[in-house]
Design a protein around this ligand. Sequence first.
Ligand code: ATP
Length: 286
Amino acid sequence: MERARRDHRGVTAFRTEKEENKVQHSGAARTTGTEVAAFRLVGLHKTFGTHTAVDHADLTVAPGSFYGLVGPNGAGKTTMLSMAVGLQRPDEGSASVHGVDVWQEPLAARRLMGVLPDGLAMPERLTGRELLTYLGQLHGLDAAEAARRTGELLAVMELDGSAERTLVVDYSTGMRKKIGLATALLHGPRLLVLDEPFEAVDPVSAATIKKILKRFVAGGGSVLISSHVMALVEQLCDTVAVMAKGRVVAEGPLDEVRGGRSLEETFVDLVGVEIGGGEGLSWLAS
Ligand SMILES: Nc1ncnc2c1ncn2[C@@H]1O[C@H](COP(=O)(O)OP(=O)(O)OP(=O)(O)O)[C@@H](O)[C@H]1O
């Protein structure tokens, strides 16, 4: 327990003074008295052929917020998030992190955010330690600092010990999520954008990740997660957005959005699906 607490503190205390100055310089310069959003998506739009995947979507994550994005399969969550973090170019719209435009100032924006994308692509013929060490160098961390952070992250994610000898290519799906989250945290970002961070993660690891994320928010960071698990979003998030057919159809404080009901009931109402009873599958009955 004590070790875990110490480790978690280590994770949230990752930003060095030099990086903090850089962050303040790029973000605060744009502060004009009103609060600058941690993450602001404005009019993001994307079509694939004739299909509109994301339809002029807006979304605002306040600093210090734990934000949950929910929506049915194919609603456009991954497409919207990948445009918002700079991985996929939008047809229209913009995204900014603490006032820094993701598409106009990509390097400054990337310094401010840690991203766990869907279908993570990373160098896989490396162990977790080698991967984090390599990425630490790419982020410009000095060798000692990169080694310290790598050691702490591997310990917190329980990817040390016997896992040390496993190449990332041979990781289980849950281990890949955890190393992905470690890569997102490594450079000490102010915002985390995590697409389905709990998918395929076992309950013990999920509890660890929840603790890390809560601690990150308690330390002043902001988190945006997408998830299909309503109970998890209700447990963690203070603000939610519901997405359907490429649009953000509801956004606000959790209690306001669910209006005295469960998030699941609200979700089903908002996305307009009827819960099927499996009618028509008569051949399944014995
Ligand atoms: N590269 C692509 N080419 C064509 N269509 C795409 C592409 N990427 C996404 N789409 C389509 O865009 C829509 C939104 O997909 P997206 O993956 O963003 O949804 P999602 O809300 O993340 O779904 P899920 O919850 O199932 O992960 C879907 O209809 C999908 O088929």
